[in-house]
Design a protein around this ligand. Structure first.
Ligand SMILES: CC(C)[C@H](C(=O)O)[C@@H](O)C(=O)O
Length: 166
């Protein structure tokens, strides 16, 4: 937020921001959804959403339906945020700090492109079979339709082409 505000102060961008916190406003044992309709509507009407890290051992005991990461998953799904770009760049002075040999990690500069809205997180139907205990199995199908593969591949190839062009 501070960086965005600074960017706004030093450029023609004039961000108007609204901050909504799941953590700050919650009791330590919340009982409701981590993403309220109000926050979702606000996110949908915004040009951009900046999401901070969420989760932690303190909330491990919560029912899955109200765990903090449910908000993250719902936002991804509701906003159609299918592409996750995770750059991995090693700054030279940190090569010695890696558990990998410096000559192996030196110069690392890659982009992990991850699909976020298809696949296993949202695969249906999911659940646990009703077989006897020794044979019980968890089910969660992973299916990624062709258009979802194409669009994420397009993001990745466009990024690669952009990087190659410098
Ligand atoms: C919290 C979890 C659901 C999430 C994910 O795996 O998508 C996170 O680990 C991430 O990598 O963005």
């Amino acid at each position: 937020m501070a960086v965005l505000l600074q960017a706004g102060a030093t450029s023609s961008i004039s961000p108007s921001m609204s901050r909504r916190g799941w953590w700050a406003e919650r009791p330590s044992t919340p009982t409701e959804t981590p993403l309220t309709d109000e926050v979702l509507a606000l996110a949908k009407s915004s040009d951009a959403v900046v999401l901070g890290a969420m989760g932690g051992p303190k909330w491990d005991g919560l029912d899955y339906s109200i765990r903090p990461e449910r908000a993250l998953l719902a936002l991804r799904q509701e906003l159609g945020l299918f592409a996750n770009l995770r750059p991995v760049k090693l700054f030279a002075p940190l090569a010695q700090a890696s558990t990998l040999k410096p000559e192996v990690v030196a110069g690392t500069d890659l982009l992990v492109v991850r699909e976020l809205t298809g696949g296993i997180y949202f695969g249906q139907p999911k659940g646990v079979t009703t077989e006897p205990d020794w044979y019980r199995a968890g089910l969660q199908p992973w299916s990624t339709p062709r258009p979802e593969i194409e669009r994420i591949a397009r993001v990745a190839f466009d990024a690669a082409a952009g990087a190659a062009a410098g």
